[in-house]
Design a protein around this ligand. Structure first.
Ligand SMILES: Nc1nc2c(ncn2[C@@H]2O[C@H](COP(=O)(O)OP(=O)(O)OP(=O)(O)O)[C@@H](O)[C@H]2O)c(=O)[nH]1
Ligand SMILES: [Mg+2]
Length: 245
């Protein structure tokens, strides 16, 4: 397979030692041809060191080390830049905590350029289309997620039903035209912001159903400060969206 045919799966990690070894194994099981890039922010639990050791045995596993916890949004951007620079064709992003099961990766990839349908530039692993859903979240968390999603869709004028989820496949050629420096989100609002920017440059967005499972091992990295910051950025982008009309 030539480089240009290749797929990269990126996984941002901060203290995911309990999840990453099994996740890497499962990704290779479902996508044996793909490369994996772990973007680790100097995890105190040694996730990055594990990655380096593992790479010695499997050169298809790549590790990007950053100096400290710099935010999920900037980690994903680093993965996207990596995919553009090395000429991959597709890049898939996913969380490390098994909320996004690797079993969905082939369906996302297959939806990009289907033989019997229209191609898309971004395929979203979607909780909110028929067949999708969330497992293990209390009602309060479900409602909050729905509310944030609706807030972002309305403010940014986005059509997809799930604009905040982090399991996605992007066409790298499309990302190459994106001005990464213009992205304001360092944290969680990255997911909505990147869709909004790509849609404005004419990208076609699609959705494939997934069941999102709550994290079973390790702890959540999102705190209320980061969550508020995400809402603030989406609001600011919404204002920009109205002014540009
Ligand atoms: N490199 C890097 N990864 C991060 C950072 N923040 C979060 N992550 C990773 O991003 C993914 C999503 O983070 P989570 O803590 O699971 O956030 P969440 O899914 O919204 O929250 P939970 O549902 O509680 O797990 C995980 O793989 C984290 O390890 C960061 O600052 N840097
Ligand atoms: Mg999670």
């Amino acid at each position: 397979m030539s480089e240009a045919e290749k797929t990269l799966v990126t996984v941002a990690t901060y203290n995911e030692m309990e999840n990453l070894p099994r996740l890497v194994e499962e990704i290779f099981r479902y996508l044996p041809e793909a490369d994996i890039l772990v973007i680790d922010d100097d995890s105190p639990d040694g996730t990055g060191r594990w990655c380096d050791r593992q790479r010695a045995e499997n050169p298809r596993l790549h590790c990007l080390h950053r100096s400290g916890k710099l935010g999920l949004g900037t980690a994903i951007v680093a993965g996207m830049r990596y995919a553009v620079e090395r000429g991959y064709r597709y890049v898939l992003n996913m969380d490390a905590d098994f909320s996004h099961h690797p079993k969905y990766l082939p369906a996302l990839l297959a939806g990009m350029d289907p033989q019997d349908g229209e191609s898309v530039d971004v395929m979203i692993g979607s909780r909110y289309v028929p067949g999708g859903g969330v497992e293990g979240w209390p009602l309060k968390r479900r409602l909050m997620s729905r509310a944030v999603n609706l807030y972002a869709r309305r403010l940014l004028g986005l059509r997809p039903k799930d604009c905040s989820g982090g399991l996605r496949c992007y066409r790298v050629e499309t990302l190459a035209r994106l001005d990464f420096d213009s992205i304001r989100s360092r944290g969680y609002s990255f997911q909505e912001e990147v869709l909004w920017r790509l849609k404005r440059q004419g990208a076609r967005l699609g959705e494939t159903p997934i069941i999102f499972a709550d994290r079973k091992l390790g702890v959540s990295k999102i705190d209320s400060g980061e969550a508020l910051e995400a809402l603030r950025i989406i609001f600011a982008l919404g204002v920009e969206n109205i002014l540009r009309r």
